[in-house]
Design a binder for this molecule. Structure first.
Ligand SMILES: C[S@@+](CC[C@H](N)C(=O)[O-])C[C@H]1O[C@@H](n2cnc3c(N)ncnc32)[C@H](O)[C@@H]1O
Length: 295
C-alpha cells in the first residue's frame, strides 16, 4: 500500500449524491490521493474531473492513481479558494458538481511535516510547502495575545492561557523546534487530573496551529461560497468536514445560499459514517457530509 492510499470517507454516500450527473465536470477541490475521484470516474463514464490540491505530493499521487482515466481529468496545484480563477482559465462558467473533503490527508500525518504529535518532527504543518509561514513561526514569533486567541478559537481549548504562558516562558529560553517539545508543553499546562483523558491534551492546540498555518477557515469560506456560485442549475455540492468549526462554516454558507434561493439543502442533518465504516477506517469517525443542490 502506498503512503498516500486513502480510504475515501463516506464514498458510497458521495457517489450516490452524484449519480444523476451523466456528463460534464465535477470539481474535486481536495483531490488528495485521488480516492473519491477514482470512484467517480469509474462510476460515471462520461464525467470529467477537475482535481485541485494545495499539495504537490497529492497532485503527483492522484495522477498515478487516476492514470487509467487519462484524458478525463485535469490536475491543478492551487488552493480551492481560487476556484473562480481556475474555472475561468479552463473556460468553464459553471460545472455540474463540487466535492470538498476537507482537512489533512492520511499522508500528511505520516510524512515529516509535523502534523502529528505522535512523532517528534520539526514544527512545520504546511500543506502547501511553497508558502513561507510554518508552525515554527506561529509558535515562536506570534504575540502572546494572538497565540491565545488562535488556540482558544481554532482549538476551542479552554486552557489556552496556561498553554501560551508556558510557550512564552519556554521560547524565551530556547526556540521551540519540534512537535514533541510543543506537545510536552501543552501536556504540562493541563491540570494533572485531566492529562490522561481519552484524547491527548495536545490535540486541540495542534488543530489550532494547523488551521492558522494553512489559513483553513477563510479558505473554506471562500472556496465553498465560490463553488455554489459556479454550479449549474441542478448541480450538486458536497462538503465533508472533520470538526465543528469547519462544519459550522459550511452549515452557515448553505443556509445563507438557501435564503437567497440559490441552494436546496439535501441533508437536513449532516450525514455521518456508520459503524461499519468507522470500523474499517477509524479517522472517518468525525466526518460530516452536507450536500446542496443548485436552484
Ligand atoms: C482529506 S484529504 C482528501 C482525500 C481525497 N478525497 C481522497 O479520496 O484521496 C484533503 C486534501 O485537501 C487538501 N487541501 C486542504 N485544504 C486545501 C485548500 N484550501 N485548497 C486545496 N487543497 C486543500 C490537502 O492537501 C489534502 O490533500
Amino acid at each position: 500500500m502506498s503512503q498516500l492510499e486513502h480510504y475515501p470517507v463516506l464514498h458510497r454516500e458521495v457517489l450516490n449524491f452524484f449519480k444523476d450527473i451523466k456528463k460534464g465536470y465535477i470539481v474535486d477541490a481536495t483531490i488528495g490521493g485521488g480516492g473519491h475521484s477514482f470512484l467517480i470516474l469509474k462510476k460515471l463514464p462520461e464525467v470529467k474531473i477537475i482535481g485541485i490540491d494545495k499539495d504537490e505530493y497529492a497532485i503527483q499521487t492522484a495522477d498515478q492513481k487516476l492514470k487509467q482515466f487519462k484524458g478525463r481529468y485535469n490536475l491543478i496545484r492551487s488552493s480551492f479558494k481560487n476556484i473562480d480563477n481556475i474555472l475561468d482559465q479552463l473556460g468553464l462558467q459553471t460545472v455540474q458538481g463540487f466535492l470538498f473533503d476537507l482537512g489533512v490527508s492520511i499522508f500528511h500525518l505520516k510524512t515529516e511535516r509535523g502534523f502529528s504529535f505522535q512523532k517528534d518532527q520539526p514544527l512545520d504543518m504546511r500543506m502547501d510547502r511553497s508558502q513561507s509561514l510554518t508552525a515554527y513561526d506561529v509558535i515562536n514569533k506570534y504575540s502572546k495575545n494572538l497565540l491565545e486567541k488562535i488556540i482558544f478559537e481554532y482549538g476551542e481549548e479552554k486552557f489556552a492561557k496556561r498553554i501560551v504562558k508556558n510557550i512564552i516562558e519556554e521560547r524565551k529560553k530556547n526556540p521551540i523546534k519540534t512537535t514533541k517539545q510543543l506537545a510536552d508543553i501543552v501536556y504540562r499546562s493541563y491540570p494533572p487530573p485531566l492529562r490522561r483523558g481519552r484524547i491527548h491534551p495536545a490535540t486541540k492546540t495542534f488543530q489550532a496551529i494547523r488551521i492558522e498555518v494553512n489559513d483553513e477557515l477563510s479558505e473554506i469560506k471562500l472556496g465553498v461560497s465560490k463553488g455554489i456560485e459556479r454550479l449549474e442549475k441542478g448541480g450538486i455540492i458536497q462538503v465533508i468536514s472533520f470538526h465543528s468549526l469547519e462544519d459550522r462554516i459550511v452549515k452557515n454558507i448553505f443556509r445563507e445560499a438557501k435564503k437567497l434561493k440559490k441552494l436546496e439543502i439535501l441533508t437536513k442533518k449532516p450525514i455521518t459514517p456508520g459503524m461499519e465504516e468507522i470500523k474499517e477506517n477509524p479517522p472517518s469517525r468525525s466526518a460530516k457530509l452536507r450536500v446542496g443542490k443548485r436552484v
